[in-house]
Design a protein around this ligand. Structure first.
Ligand SMILES: C=CC1=C(C)c2cc3[nH]c(cc4nc(cc5[nH]c(cc1n2)c(C)c5CCC(=O)O)C(CCC(=O)O)=C4C)c(C)c3C=C
Ligand SMILES: [Fe+2]
Ligand SMILES: [Fe+2]
Length: 368
């Protein structure tokens, strides 16, 4: 028996003796396990204790979080979750899992031998749990793929933190790669444009298209977070793919939390202002969300719709997220494939590694 326990987790047996094996981990935000106040409280306690999400001093925030927010919000949020819950559970989990399964299928059909799975930053399956699973499967290289097209410290960097925290407790760390952003990826933009266009083919065009992104505190923009600019670039590219003029669409930010100023203009007040300005029909699309979730299905498709119609608007359409749209799965697979370069995955006989071996042997003057 050693005198002191090691701070590192035990290694699975002999993984280092095996050939490199790659894992792709698709990471989304997370969602409660049930639409109940207790489950929502557990989820919010973890989520809102993340310093990447709430950037105010911890002592002050703990008083607000435990004294106010966690006493009131879980009940209100659970009722909202209940309004979108499905027999299979939370839409965000279902959507994320479906995308991971389709990504695995797409890459597998093209001869990639990979482990592909999903993880949640908050709740389960956790990032640490899934990385442990990869290691037990002999994975020695991991590509981290956040489900967020636009980079924000509040979302993307927080996923990376969870990976670093896991690595800090791990003896033999796999090679790691991270995808920071794909807000301007042509495949992602084309999939979004196709989504909107196919809605318009069925239902005709609106007077205004609202592109609503999740908000973040405005302060993060002044502190250098690229999120705001990346949302606007996505919007500009989508508008151009749809052939929209400036006055035919509007970029807004939703889901504000607390009293601080967040990115403007806010979605709901914008919808009300449009209704009051006699805009008869608006369509809303949420390009920053790859899966439908509470923020799209409840906040936009229910609350946003009610706000617009109550203010005098005539017609409101919510255009669903990319979810498991084949165009999107193809785009995501291409994004992943690009980031796997140099990590041969088309085993057992990989063309790239054969060429490399032959070239090296030649350079060394070996007989072939
Ligand atoms: C798309 C990227 C996201 C960013 C950026 C983001 C920042 C951010 N979020 C909060 C607070 C909450 N967000 C909540 C839900 C939620 N947020 C995202 C994505 C981003 N958040 C998603 C996909 C979801 C849906 C989760 C689901 O289960 O469907 C919630 C919880 C719901 C509620 O109680 O209202 C909170 C709270 C902050 C403070 C923040 C940046 C500082
Ligand atoms: Fe959020
Ligand atoms: Fe919300």
């Amino acid at each position: 028996m050693p005198l002191f326990a090691s701070p590192f987790k035990p290694e699975p047996p002999h993984v280092h003796a095996q050939a490199p094996r790659t894992g792709v981990l698709y990471c989304n935000l997370g969602t409660p396990d049930a639409a109940t106040p207790a489950a929502v409280r557990r989820y919010l306690a973890q989520f809102l204790s993340d310093h990447r999400v709430i950037e105010i001093p911890k002592i002050l925030w703990n008083v607000i979080l435990h004294g106010i927010i966690l006493r009131t919000r879980p009940k209100q949020s659970a009722a909202k979750y209940a309004s979108i819950w499905t027999p299979q559970g939370s839409p965000l989990r279902i959507g994320t899992e479906q995308q991971a399964v389709m990504l695995r299928g797409w890459l597998g059909e093209r001869g990639h031998q990979l482990q592909v799975d999903y993880a949640m930053r908050y709740g389960s399956p956790s990032i640490a749990e899934q990385l442990d699973k990869f290691k037990a499967q002999g994975v020695t290289r991991v590509l981290i793929v956040p489900a967020y097209p636009q980079y924000s410290a509040t979302s993307t960097a927080s996923v990376f933190d969870a990976v670093y925290d896991w690595a800090r407790q791990t003896r033999s760390i796999p090679e790691l790669r991270f995808i920071n952003r794909y807000h301007d990826d042509p495949g992602y933009i084309a999939a979004l444009a196709r989504r909107v266009r196919s809605h318009w083919q069925q239902h005709g065009k609106p007077d205004q298209l609202v592109m609503s992104f999740h908000g973040v505190p405005e302060r993060t923009l002044h502190l250098g977070d690229p999120y705001h600019c990346e949302c606007h670039k996505t919007a500009r590219l989508l508008a151009s793919a749809l052939g929209l003029a400036k006055e035919e669409y509007k970029v807004t930010f939703q889901s504000r939390l607390g009293r601080a100023k967040w990115l403007e203009p806010y979605t709901e007040p914008s919808l009300i202002a449009m209704a009051k300005a006699k805009v008869a029909r608006v369509d809303v699309v949420c390009p920053g969300f790859t899966s439908d979730c509470l923020e799209t299905l409840e906040e936009i498709a229910m609350e946003g719709k009610a706000a617009f119609l109550n203010a005098g608007g005539k017609e409101f359409h919510y255009i669903p997220c990319l979810n498991s749209e084949p165009d999107w799965i193809t785009a995501l697979s291409h994004i992943v494939q690009t980031h796997l370069q140099g990590w041969p995955t088309q085993n057992p006989v990989d063309a790239q590694s054969l060429t490399d071996t032959a070239a090296r042997a030649k350079a060394l003057g070996a007989k072939q």
